[in-house]
Write a protein that binds this ligand. Structure first.
Ligand code: ZN
Ligand code: ZN
Ligand code: ZN
Ligand code: ZN
Length: 126
């Protein structure tokens, strides 16, 4: 008599990913291969279906992306503003002079700005 739960029969994935898997491999499929299985984002630990992980990466806060100004650094998305901001490290972001409020129009890269402010007492006096 044939076992109704035959382990060597192809069955549709129990998670509904549309794959057909031999019943004896189903556990492994669901745990390791199924596109519908839930996995956690390795950057922010949120739980997302495997098939939706790519979309999640597009908006994941913690996902590492290339610097907006292509300085060569890779920064988590949520840190990018800090990175290119005044207190950040980005050598390629353009910053306004500290004395913009005093009317100084100078804009430059971080290291240019240091020199500018050091050498240009003018912008304090404007
Ligand atoms: Zn599946
Ligand atoms: Zn994430
Ligand atoms: Zn940068
Ligand atoms: Zn200035």
């Amino acid at each position: 008599m044939h076992n109704r739960e035959c382990q060597y029969v192809d069955v549709a994935c129990v998670n509904g990913c549309e794959q057909v898997v031999m019943r004896r491999n189903m556990d492994n499929h669901v745990a390791n291969q199924c596109l519908q299985r839930l996995i956690s984002c390795k950057h922010c630990n949120i739980i997302v279906k495997q098939v939706e992980m790519k979309d999640h990466y597009q908006e994941c806060d913690q996902y590492p992306i290339d610097c907006t100004y292509k300085c060569g650094m890779i920064v988590q998305r949520c840190r990018m503003e800090d990175h290119i901001g005044r207190q950040g490290m980005c050598p390629k972001s353009l910053l306004d002079c500290d004395f913009k409020d005093n009317g100084c129009q100078f804009q430059g890269y971080r290291h240019d700005l240091c020199k500018h402010v050091e050498n240009n007492i003018g912008c304090i006096l404007v």
